[in-house]
Design a protein around this ligand. Structure first.
Ligand code: C2E
Ligand code: MG
Ligand code: MG
Ligand code: MG
Length: 281
């Protein structure tokens, strides 16, 4: 009888399409349930000041603890969540979880550094974003400046005015704003001029071969000079070796982040780092 049912019958006759949309629906509802349940988790990676190896903040990085597939990294689901309109819900969970964790550490008497969260384009232009930050920090009784935001060009390119307005309010609450993956886009420089940016994070693609590639070294040196001339903090991402760290320190880079110092780790493993600092290397 499906054959004769008119408009909808196309789907019946394309089994592959049917299977695909069923899979899609399954993934969609699975993902929503995962947000509401406890399948997502934040790992933390310290940012380290190069004079004295002090931890200045922790970057929160989301992971999906998938019941069958194990730990899934954001590269495999953030774009999907963005396309499906689920990224706002996911992002709100990140805000909540980060605030809950900061409050929990504070209650244990730990001196906590600010936690930086990565925001997506849709999340930043969502009308409730500023309110979510305000309400969640108030709910957990933490100061808004215990959160930092990491944005990329992609976050502001589609609706600059909305993003700008939200960032001005959040910056006014004392939150620091970092421009992530700096150097990979096209208009980073104009954003530095027009947005309340405090921190530049040089993309790790410039750091990989910093000691061999004179172009990368020149770009990094110029970015550090630019950042400092604008009164910003300059951070290098993806520092994997001692040589890179030594080089960046000599080049005047303020802070570093990368596997050489510490990989992203669960909150429980972050606690001893907050208490005792980064082990000397
Ligand atoms: P990102 O914000 O640029 O984060 C840095 C990425 O580099 C992280 O990957 C981190 O684990 C990785 N990394 C850190 N140190 C090193 C290193 O020394 N070497 C190398 N090769 N990689 C290093 P991860 O956790 O897979 O996250 C990937 C991206 O997913 C992030 O890039 C960020 O754009 C996005 N993301 C992560 N968490 C969230 C979130 O909660 N919300 C949103 N919207 N995006 C997120
Ligand atoms: Mg980031
Ligand atoms: Mg980055
Ligand atoms: Mg990135």
């Amino acid at each position: 009888e499906a054959k004769r049912s008119g408009r909808g019958c196309f789907r019946y006759y394309d089994p592959s399409l049917n299977a695909r949309s069923a899979l899609h629906l399954d993934l969609h509802s699975r993902f929503r349930r995962a947000i509401l349940g406890d399948e997502f988790v934040l790992h933390y990676q310290p940012r380290v000041a190069l004079n004295g190896l002090r931890i200045t903040s922790l970057e929160a990085l989301i992971r999906w603890q998938h019941p069958e597939r194990g730990l899934v990294y954001p590269g495999d689901f953030i774009d999907y969540a963005e396309q499906e309109g689920l990224v706002v819900e996911l992002g709100n969970w990140v805000v909540r979880e980060a605030c809950r964790q900061i409050a929990a550490w504070q209650q244990e008497g730990i001196t906590v550094v600010p936690v930086a969260i990565n925001v997506s384009a849709r999340q930043l232009r969502d009308h409730s974003f500023v309110e979510v930050i305000r309400e969640t920090t108030a709910h957990y009784r933490i100061r808004p400046d215990m959160l930092e935001l990491e944005i990329t060009e992609r976050c502001v390119v589609d609706d600059f005015e909305r993003a700008h307005a939200a960032l001005e309010v959040l910056s006014g609450l004392g939150m620091k704003i970092a421009l992530d993956d700096f150097g990979t886009g096209f208009s980073s420089l104009s954003y530095l001029r027009r947005l309340p940016i405090d921190i530049i994070k040089i993309d790790r693609s410039f750091i990989n071969d910093i000691r061999n590639q004179t172009n990368d070294a020149a770009i990094v040196a110029s970015t550090i000079a630019l950042g400092h001339n604008l009164g910003l903090t300059v951070i290098a991402e993806g520092v994997e070796t001692r040589e890179q760290a030594v080089y960046l320190k000599a080049a005047g880079c303020d802070e570093v982040q990368g596997y050489y110092f510490q990989r992203p780790i669960p909150a429980a493993e972050t606690l001893p780092l907050l208490r005792d600092g980064i082990p000397d290397r």
